[in-house]
Design a protein around this ligand. Sequence first.
Ligand SMILES: NC(=O)c1ccc[n+]([C@@H]2O[C@H](COP(=O)([O-])OP(=O)(O)OC[C@H]3O[C@@H](n4cnc5c(N)ncnc54)[C@H](O)[C@@H]3O)[C@@H](O)[C@H]2O)c1
Length: 366
Amino acid sequence: MRSLKNILVTGGAGFIGCNFMRVLLQKTPEFTGRIINLDHLTYAGNAASLADIEARFGAQGSGRYFFEKGDICDRVLAESIFKKYNIDTVVHFAAESHVDRSILGPEDFIKTNVFGTFTLLDIARNAWKSDDGIMRNDVLFHHISTDEVYGSLGNSGFFTEQTPYDPHSPYSASKAASDHVAMSYHYTYGIPVTLSNCSNNYGPYQFPEKLIPLMILNIIEGKPLPVYGDGKNIRDWLFVEDHNSAVWGILQKGRCGESYNIGGDNEWENIKLLHYLIKIVSAKTGLVQTKVEQTVKYVTDRPGHDKRYAIDCSKIKKEIGWNQQYTFESGLDKTVDWYLSNKEWTDKIKSGEYLKWIEKCYGTRN
Ligand SMILES: NC(=O)c1ccc[n+]([C@@H]2O[C@H](COP(=O)([O-])OP(=O)(O)OC[C@H]3O[C@@H](n4cnc5c(N)ncnc54)[C@H](O)[C@@H]3O)[C@@H](O)[C@H]2O)c1
């Protein structure tokens, strides 16, 4: 029986991590433990995404939530956190997560995603061994990964857990490497490890350099809507809460040494998705849809841009009993409403650094 009493969430100030903590603390009554969030607060980490959690569950609230600022590569710090909170579960979200940034500067990706993951696993290896050298079996290291490790699909077929890894960007290569390190720690040292490879997420609190929030904000602000290449790249979209309920399912029932694909069964060409988004945002804000459509701008494609991702997630459905709860319509509805009513959150992010960065990514127009 897994303990799940003291969960170390890494990267909890990021998009998926902060939503995960909300799912656990607010919507999962069977979880009665504590969450310790270790986050370096990089450009993608945002303390403002944690304010409500801190108020309700932090020291002034129920005392079930703790924040530790720091780098997962810092062994001394991470080791002390394991001891201080008697960590029995790790849910490892922390990563450099944006493909475009990895193309322009891969070093941080290798450091955080590969070396950082190794550091945490190595600490767990020592912390979870009993005095007689036997690995505890009530602990778990769950490593969060991406479907991008599998490379690109043609017009048909799906990624299964058996699809060979074939990463094409420094981001996906660093995630692939970290997946292998995680599994090697299971086979070599007996650490209970599970792994999940998820498709593209969307939802509240996502940093607006990623497609869906970037487009929502640009539509609202009347800015150009940049589309890479011919816009025909296909992604499988999943609402972030559905990703997180899958992770919670794995924490409870996942078999050690197994990986689980998580997806939305929801493939969209980027350009079709953009037109759908324009329709939704225009309807909610009173903008004229045909006028907004004129702001779509094709820009030079991303180097090595994978054509199509599609996930076969039948294994997690069968073994864990997980299923998506949101349709694309209901998930996007929630997401657009959130961005429309959280202007303060987005305004803070859109500093000079952010604007320069977006220009760097999408600056070259065809
Ligand atoms: N966003 C997606 O669509 C998606 C899809 C599949 C898998 N994933 C994976 O899910 C995880 C979370 O993704 P996200 O979109 O929430 O990312 P994000 O970029 O929004 O958040 C990453 C968080 O990690 C923190 N962080 C970065 N480097 C750190 C370090 N060295 N030490 C401590 N904290 C550090 C950042 O401060 C930030 O809070 C990643 O592992 C990513 O690879 C994401």
